[in-house]
Design a protein around this ligand. Structure first.
Ligand code: HEM
Length: 503
């Protein structure tokens, strides 16, 4: 009996101690949040119930908070987790342009098992050094070589979509995702996984599983806990998926390293390495030749960066392409203008050879893509965490504050985008560039999306190919999107449209 009592007392002391420690750690943060307006929550859970049914509630709840409480809102999730949801222009400018608030929030920790500390998740000096060496890999001369990869993957997608010609309701999202996966695999690693023709491949399945597990862990409290996660089925699924993903990338790195060494020794390298490239290079090849602190990157460092490209560079573009096609299907005037631009460039040729220069000429399509990314930003919100005290105006923001940047919110603010629900590409003819922190699908400032030029080229290449080959129409029966914020913006009931023959 005594033993049980002692055990119970020790347990209570440990719980109280942990609670007290967490409380103290949060004291300054809690004090800061006291004066911030926000929705009233219930004890212990805070506002967590507003995000019911997994992802489905988050976007609507965030939008409602911004409407009711303004551009700087306090949200509480559970007893300790608080976040600052921002869609206020001045505050966004302050955060995004800051060189002090560049660390990512705790929300990104579930990506670490797959991505390690690649560019998206790394911090401090490692992030700075790697950002500096990776930036030149997005030089236009490198991007120019990827046009063929966009084109070839787009051709396969169009062939697959042709089987649904005349169909009044096709969910295009799965087609586009596999196409984007083929593109990123070829451009990041220089290999072909043929995701579009071999959907059941272990690699493709593992990418899907990891995307699902990352978001599931962010939303299901016991899976978010490192210790408890180990007892779930998803832990085993993740272990298997990580083995497959890491082994694949490691094998490709080793093979390419060997090939480069051979090329180097046989003097072929002189013709292919410099920026005046003759031979096609993947991002991986450039990373293999990069140096940091006068030493080459280790295999692990390279794997982290390549995996980060694989993760960040396919779901985002798939979301962007799908919602832009949906917008065109539902806005026949915009589609007609975009198609006329294609006819002006290539006549009625459905599969012309498209150059980098041609993609630059697709000015109207660029407006369409910008407007689609305004209404449907692939990453609807993203978060930073202060790692030191910073001052905004007269207010001190302590260390440890989660700042969630609500891009989806400011994109729909009528102050910056009149009649915000309307799809109107022409609005970017006049406002483009003038309000850099009101339009932030690629984030902004020092930690913005490094892949945005690549993304814009890929989107132009694939969308233009689809509209040259098909006339898009609204799905029948009528389809309304059910937007959900997963690792990227998706629609829970698919992205449906009708595919008609383009005569
Ligand atoms: C429509 C397509 C895309 C959109 C909307 C998009 C959006 C974003 C956003 C909002 C961020 C900031 C995320 C954050 O702060 O957590 C980001 C970061 C990043 N993106 Fe993209 N992205 C796209 C495509 C790509 C592509 C194609 C690549 C690579 C080939 C890429 C690579 C990255 C990387 C490496 C980062 C981290 C940069 C850093 O922290 O220094 N993205 N992207």
């Amino acid at each position: 009996m005594n033993v049980i009592l002692e055990f119970f007392s020790a347990f209570v002391v440990i719980v109280v101690f942990c609670w007290w420690y967490a409380f103290l750690k949060q004291y300054k943060v809690s004090k800061f949040f006291k004066n911030i307006p926000g929705p009233p929550g219930i004890p212990l859970l805070g506002n967590a119930l507003d995000f019911k049914s997994k992802t489905k509630g988050v976007l609507n709840a965030f939008l409602k908070y911004a409407g009711n409480y303004g551009g700087i809102v306090k949200i509480q999730i559970g007893p300790f987790r608080k976040l600052l949801l921002i869609s206020d222009y001045k505050f966004l400018e302050f955060v995004l342009s800051s060189t002090k608030i560049i660390n990512k929030s705790q929300n990104y920790k579930n990506m670490l098992p797959w991505l390690g500390t690649g560019l998206l998740t790394s911090e401090g000096i490692k992030w700075k050094k790697h950002r500096r060496i990776i930036t030149p890999t997005f030089h236009f001369k490198i991007l120019e070589q990827f046009i063929n990869s966009f084109d070839a993957a787009g051709d396969v997608m169009v062939e697959k979509l042709k089987k649904h010609l005349g169909c009044l309701s096709v969910d295009i999202y799965p087609f586009v995702t596999l196409c984007a996966l083929d593109i990123i695999c070829e451009t990041a690693m220089g290999t072909t996984i043929n995701a579009q023709r071999n959907e059941e491949s272990e690699y493709v399945q593992s990418v899907k599983e990891m995307g699902r597990i990352i978001i599931e862990r962010a939303l299901v409290p016991h899976k978010n806990n490192e210790f408890l996660f180990r007892f779930t089925k998803d832990y085993q699924i993740q272990k298997k998926a990580l083995n497959i993903l890491h082994e694949y990338t490691n094998n490709v790195i080793n093979k390419r390293r060997e090939e480069l060494l051979k090329e180097y020794s046989s003097k072929q390298r002189e013709n292919s390495v410099d920026m005046g490239i003759k031979k096609k290079m993947a991002f991986l090849d450039l990373l293999l030749q990069a140096t940091v602190d006068d030493r080459p990157l280790t295999n692990e460092e390279i794997r982290e960066e390549v995996d980060t490209f694989m993760f960040e560079g396919h779901d985002t573009t798939a979301s962007g392409i799908s919602f832009a096609l949906y917008s065109l299907a539902n806005n026949p005037e915009a589609q007609e203008k975009a198609y006329e631009e294609q006819v002006a460039l290539f006549g009625k040729e459905k599969n012309p050879t498209v150059t980098y220069g041609d993609l630059q000429e697709m000015k109207y399509l660029e407006l369409v893509i910008k407007e689609a990314l305004r209404l449907y930003p692939s990453v609807p919100f993203y978060a930073r965490e202060t790692n030191q005290e910073v001052k905004f105006g007269g207010t001190k923001i302590p260390k440890g504050v989660n700042i969630t940047i609500f891009a989806y919110g400011i994109h729909r603010d009528p102050k910056y985008f009149p009649d915000p629900e309307k799809f109107d590409p022409s609005r970017f003819e006049t406002i483009d560039g003038k309000l850099p922190y009101a339009y932030i699908p690629f984030s902004a400032g020092p930690r913005n999306c490094i892949g945005q030029k690549f993304a814009m080229l890929e989107l132009k290449s694939t969308i233009s190919k689809v509209i040259r080959n098909f006339k898009l129409a609204p799905a029948s029966p009528h389809h309304s999107l059910k937007l959900v914020a997963e690792t990227v913006l998706k629609s829970d009931n698919g992205v449906r449209l009708a595919l008609m023959e383009r005569k």
